[in-house]
Design a protein around this ligand. Sequence first.
Ligand SMILES: [Zn+2]
Length: 477
Amino acid sequence: MTERNKFYITTPIYYVNDKPHIGHAYTTIAADVLARLHRQLGEDTWFLTGTDEHGSKIAQAAEKAGKTPQEFSDEVSAKFSFAWDQLGIAPDDFIRTTEKRHEEAVGIFLEKLKESGKLYEGEYQGLYCVGHEAFIKEADLVDGVCPEHKTKPVQLKEKNWFFKLSDYQNGLLSKIEDDEFKIEPQVRKNEVISFIKQGLEDIAISRPNVKWGIPLPWDKNQTIYVWVDALFNYCSAIGYGKDEGNFNRYWPADIQVMAKDIIKFHCIIWPALLSAAGLPLPKKVFAHGFFTVGGQKISKTIGNVIDPNDWVEKYGADAVRYFLLREVPFGQDGDVSEEKLKGRYNADLANGLGNLFSRVTNMIEQYLQGDVDDFIRSPKDLTSAQEAFFNLDFAGGLAQIWAEIAWANQLIDKAKPWELQKTDPAKVKELLVNLAALLYDIAAKLAPVLPETANKIRSHLEAGKIVKAEPLFRKFE
Ligand SMILES: [Zn+2]
């Protein structure tokens, strides 16, 4: 008996200072598709997402809303779970950094780092951007403000515990260059390499004046730096320090998916912390790009922030999943808008796949009395479209499947079964049996991306007697 492969995939845990937007949805949909694909292949799959709930930014947002940080986090975290549910995203676990299981595991981890001499006490003097929840260099400011948050950083002089990040510079560099720790796409790998080559400085891993956080186990006046707290979720969630069996079953992560703005944390600080604790590094980090909306940068000021729930309500979860993964090659920046979603919905889903399914089921009912006994069921090998998904080329895999759909629709147009039926019914039967098999196969390939639609197609075709199907997607005017 061969042992089943395991597949552990994570998204970042999302910061609860604001509700989910389309970028969070994008990352999480991609991870869900991969998890579903690996489950389909029979692997021991674990898909983790969750929310990051500590730090001064959360405390400030809660205060503004007139709530305690915990009440505020509870509310926003529930919005993330709700959005994922609406989008047909099915994680195996949803971790919150305010959960006891997480707080305890982080404490155990930091004790271990301290015992092994990787931490030291020091004084930090410098600038801190609350928007980033990170120290920022004078040289990175534009006109005295953080170029991303447009806010003035605060001057800090405080006692902290430091992590010897500088010790890991060379080791990390060689692991990244050799792909022992893979960073994709290549452009992100290059970015991380050149950043490391500029030299790594030690980082503060605790803060004395941030109340909303996990206390340092040996110095309760300090709380753990929110990024260190957050990054460790990938280990705490699967049982670090508590359930070694489960932890060893899934760690290291096979893929950590994220947006490109947080790769320095995930490709430098995170692997260095893991190395310091003697833990293996994730196998791969994949960073996707950013969206613009209708050609403009997404911003609250412009008012073009997209709430994924609005799109799901109108077009359905499968359509939103399909659109986001098809429209922009994963890893690149791209533009999305409701107009584009509607265009893809009508052309690809309603006219393409939906039309093919209606036509084929209609003709099976009319010409074969609903009977396509023994049509061939889909092959079990990984097809090239699935292989593309496997390599996170979602747009490429979907394009291949849609080429098949277009081909099948053209085949029907050319064969004209409504005429052929009068002269050669055996030929029509052969055609329809093959088309039923093709649709069944397409449904299997699409299942990770369009789970609801794939299910409808398969269960319809598996019925003893096939009748004309209800439209899978109703066209929008
Ligand atoms: Zn900033």
